[in-house]
Design a protein around this ligand. Structure first.
Ligand SMILES: Nc1ncnc2c1ncn2[C@@H]1O[C@H](COP(=O)(O)OP(=O)(O)OP(=O)(O)O)[C@@H](O)[C@H]1O
Ligand SMILES: O=C(O)C[C@@H](O)[C@H](O)C(=O)CO
Length: 336
């Protein structure tokens, strides 16, 4: 019996909901953003990166979001189309809203930061009228990105999508996706994050993101997992950066994995690849330990890449990466 059952009769495998943005990653690396002069433009935005990741893994991917009515909005929509991602439910902003822009700073392979320009941004203009019940009903799963809860009307749109998913037994994945600049007050975050987290089936987040959501720093991974499994979640995944990741299932399973050793180029981008590959394994009915390994492998590949979207790997690339790393370093995960 799989930990999570997906309805394999549905037209789409997964629909991420949230922002599509553009990343400008410095080509002149390892220096402060103030000094960078040359950037490479990539599709960005965590849920959009996950959409690309899952499309690269051969899944049938949709998207719910809103983009700017300009060249940047067309760039990201065209990029999705080239990747085979369904764009029928991507709305176009009508009031001059802009696409979110992310300028990343790569100070060193382990020190990065991201500067996000998000005033008047199109993705937070997503509204309830943009949410189609039939679209969600015809998907195995949706991923709700936490940042979509940061402001109205996107907040209500995301909550309506959640309601439709629960109504039609579409699996709900909550990617905490905490970005501090988007939130006006921590209390708001607590209200809306916990509202979604209590209704989801899977929660993905870094240790820090769970601490923010729980406003209770210092919880152990087991305490965090117990808290959210008790609300009805089936799987909790807690990511620890270069210290690896853990997963907990409602049937009592506890899984830990060390990251695959790589020469990292940047410290961000691993989480979106991780989510894509982990969910790919889950949808394939793999044991959670194998999903964890696949997600961790993809994540390590992305932290050693310049982009967070273009570099999303295919199934056989992740498999070959893991094979080579295990041949060189042995198992990264404790297998029962
Ligand atoms: N230096 C590294 N070497 C190898 N793997 C890494 C490294 N850093 C991160 N990873 C992998 O990426 C996964 C996710 O990274 P992290 O814990 O930073 O999550 P995140 O904050 O969601 O990521 P993102 O920066 O994409 O938002 C880690 O659990 C690990 O498997
Ligand atoms: O999520 C964001 O908006 C930033 C992303 O565009 C960037 O690629 C990143 O940090 C991915 O984790």
């Amino acid at each position: 019996m799989a930990v999570i059952e997906f309805d394999n009769t549905r037209r789409l495998d997964i629909i991420p909901l949230g922002r599509v943005a553009i990343d400008f990653n410095p080509v002149d690396l390892n220096k402060p953003l103030e000094e960078s002069t040359t950037f490479k433009k990539y599709l960005g935005g965590s849920p959009a990166n996950i959409a690309v990741g899952m499309a690269r893994l051969g899944k049938r991917v949709g998207f719910i979001g809103k983009v700017s009515d300009d060249q940047f909005g067309r760039f990201v929509t065209n990029y999705f189309k080239k990747e085979g991602i369904d764009t029928s439910n991507i709305a176009v902003a009508q009031n001059g809203e802009s696409l979110g822009l992310t300028f990343t700073e790569i100070l060193s392979p382990s020190e990065s930061s991201i500067l996000m320009y998000r005033n008047g941004v199109a993705d937070l203009a997503l509204a309830t009228e943009d949410i189609q019940e039939e679209y969600i009903k015809n998907a195995k799963a949706i991923i709700i990105s936490g940042t979509a809860l940061a402001a109205s009307p996107s907040r209500e749109a995301a909550l309506l999508a959640l309601e439709y998913a629960k109504r039609h037994k579409t699996v709900v994945i909550f990617d905490i996706d905490y970005r501090s600049y988007t939130w006006k007050a921590t209390e708001e975050l607590l209200v809306y994050y916990s509202m979604v987290a209590r209704s989801s089936d899977i929660i993905l987040g870094s240790r820090e993101e769970f601490d923010f959501m729980e406003s209770n720093p210092g919880s152990t991974d087991q305490q965090t997992a117990d808290r959210w499994l008790a609300c009805g979640n089936k799987i909790i995944v807690i990511k620890h950066g270069k210290a690896g990741s853990t997963a907990y299932s409602h049937d009592g399973g506890v899984y830990k994995i060390k990251p695959f050793p790589v020469q990292s180029l940047k410290s961000f981008g691993g989480g979106d690849a991780y989510a894509s590959a982990f969910l790919y394994g889950l949808m394939a009915g793999w044991p959670i330990v194998d999903c964890l390994e696949f997600g961790s492998g993809a994540a390590s590949m992305l932290v050693s890449s310049h982009s967070c979207s273009d570099a999303m790997p295919r199934v056989e690339e992740i498999q070959e990466f893991i094979r080579q790393k295990k041949a060189e370093f042995g198992e990264m995960v404790a297998r029962a």
